[in-house]
Design a binder for this molecule. Structure first.
Ligand code: NAD
Ligand code: DAU
Length: 353
């Protein structure tokens, strides 16, 4: 193996955020070896990595984080210096349909990965790092005011957020009990290219394109704090290199939007781009039954990351949304591939019943 200064395993690198993180690290750090470990579930897609797949410093390994023998074999084969752990079941609605799948991957999978890392690095923990990528949803739901800080107590309310909260606790437990070097980050809602169209923004873009109804849960009054996915990847890069051992960092865009306002904005952007009369796509908006236990508002205070490590978001939301819409309009094949097969079955269960 060539003389790499760091050998890093990125888990979930074929998913939405993971593929952006893998791309950034492969391109920015030719001196690092990046091994992308991904089980290629419905959410994992090697098409997301086409532009880096033949890079000298990139390797793909197909496997499950729950498969301890396989993962231990990878630690032996590559002698990793660090893990950046993104593999997860990530969609709240799916967690309501099948909660135990989230316990298996997010809780048991993370604990298993921590254990394998600890065993493989036994007696030589110096310079190693386990970076766990988590979500702001572990903090629960805000009222009209206030922000989540790193001190906000955990209060998860969906099976997804409960499984992520549990994984965060395991990461800190391995740090405190066994001395495993860790960093952890909790990020707000991401948007951008390669986002699977089960989530709000890509689902709406796809449905507007196809003149399908636009299912807004409840009254569309829930608020999310949106961050461009490449800004999240840059934050992960910053925290990976400069974050303090055992610390956690919130990542967010200071960019709160009500769901219904985002849907109107997307309709207006796409009416222009598709040459439709203004207001045409908004007629597709349909208010549907609310998500059970729907968290009202998320808003991140990312001051610690900004003040201590110097990160800040680079893109205004309107600009990022335009870029995102353009990407989806220019990549119809990608959308066709990911919405064939199982996607339709999920869509029918979630929206048609
Ligand atoms: P995603 O669903 O797009 O991708 C998840 C990836 O993990 C897929 O490639 C999938 O194949 C892989 N995977 C799933 N189970 C696996 C297993 N058992 N073994 C190996 N690989 C497996 O998810 P995403 O939106 O890119 O999120 C990535 C991470 O970031 C998750 O941990 C998520 O909780 C966290 N996060 C996401 C957001 C967001 O807005 N999407 C925000 C904050 C944090
Ligand atoms: O906050 C970070 C989290 O953001 C991540 O940890 C999750 O992995 C990610 O999926 C996301 O969770 P949300 O539940 O906030 O994202 P989602 O895109 O599913 O929904 C965003 C909002 O839009 C939410 O209030 C529910 C609403 N919604 C969603 C869908 C899919 C609708 O109104 N209609 C829909 O069809």
């Amino acid at each position: 193996m060539a003389d790499y200064t760091k050998k890093i395993m990125i888990t979930g690198g074929a998913g939405f955020i993971g593929s952006h993180v893998a791309r950034l690290f492969v391109k920015k750090y030719p001196q690092y070896l990046i091994v992308n470990l991904d089980a290629l579930t419905y959410a994992g897609n090697l098409e997301n990595l086409k532009d880096i797949e033949s890079s000298d410093n990139y390797v793909f390994e197909k496997g499950d984080i729950l498969d301890e023998r396989f993962i231990a074999g990878l630690f032996e084969k590559y002698d990793f210096d660090a893990v950046i752990h993104l593999a997860a079941e990530s969609h709240v609605d799916r967690s309501i349909i099948d909660p135990l799948a989230f316990v298996r991957t997010n809780v048991l999978g993370t604990a298993s990965l921590l254990n394998t890392a600890l065993q493989s690095w036994k007696g030589r923990l110096d310079g190693k790092l386990f970076y766990h990528v988590s979500t702001d949803e572990v903090y629960g739901s805000l009222g009209e005011e206030g922000f989540f800080t790193e001190e906000t107590p955990y209060d998860p309310r969906s099976p997804y957020s409960a499984s992520k909260a549990s994984s965060d606790h395991f990461v800190m437990a391995y740090h405190h009990t066994y001395g495993l070097p860790v960093v952890l980050s909790n990020c707000s809602n991401n948007y951008g290219s390669h986002h699977f169209p089960e989530k709000l923004i890509p689902l709406m873009i796809n449905n507007i394109r196809n003149k399908k109804s636009l299912p807004v849960y409840g009254k569309g009054a829930n608020v999310r704090d949106w961050l461009y996915v490449e800004d999240h990847a840059r934050a992960i890069d910053t925290i990976f290199h400069k974050g303090k051992n055992g610390e956690k960092y919130n990542i967010g865009g200071f960019n709160e939007w009500k769901n219904i306002d985002i849907v109107y904005l997307l309709c207006s952007i796409m009416d222009k781009k598709l040459g439709r009369p203004e207001g045409e796509s908004a007629k597709l908006i349909t208010f549907v039954k609310d998500r059970p236990g729907h968290d009202l508002r998320y808003a991140i205070d990312a001051t610690k990351l900004n003040k201590e490590l110097g990160w800040e978001p680079s893109l205004q939301f309107e600009e990022g949304l335009e870029k995102t819409v353009d990407w989806y309009l220019q990549n119809e094949d990608w959308i066709k591939h990911v919405t064939s097969g199982d996607y339709q079955r999920y869509y029918d269960v979630q929206y048609v019943k």
